[in-house]
Design a protein around this ligand. Structure first.
Ligand SMILES: [Zn+2]
Length: 130
């Protein structure tokens, strides 16, 4: 194991982006089996190759930056999905409107009749049925 330790010294190793690429590679591989596709069976090599390249790369700061970019994208996607789920869960109790001026999403309680809604962002007032 000493030679491996020596070999990996100064190399980047594995991070979240590597894991994500690994998962993508596995998914493509499974999909190729299901669809019996030769093209997909070769495509799964690409993300796997990138994982290996990044793992053994000595340009640590560049790989680190790539991972930060990936994490930012990933977190923004996660936030959007969470917002959607929260919105679907709340459909029974809340109604959603878009501000006619700034397009900000506004949430109001259902079943209150005609109400005036003031946008907290731009102070535009709208009269809507809740
Ligand atoms: Zn507004």
């Amino acid at each position: 194991m000493n030679w491996l330790k020596k070999f990996m010294t100064g190399r980047y190793g594995v991070d979240q982006l590597s894991w994500a690429l690994l998962v993508i590679s596995i998914l493509i591989s499974i999909l190729s089996r299901i669809l019996d596709s030769q093209v997909l069976a070769m495509l799964y090599i690409i993300p796997l190759g990138i994982v290996l390249y990044r793992m053994f790369s000595k340009d640590i700061s560049k790989r680190y930056q790539e991972n930060i970019k990936f994490l930012n994208k990933w977190n923004s996607i996660k936030r959007k999905i969470n917002n959607r789920i929260q919105r679907i869960k709340g459909l029974k109790y809340y109604k959603y409107y878009k501000c006619s001026n700034c397009k900000q999403t506004l949430r109001v309680p259902r079943g209150k009749g005609k109400i005036s809604i003031t946008c907290p962002k731009c102070q535009t007032v709208m009269i809507k049925k809740s």
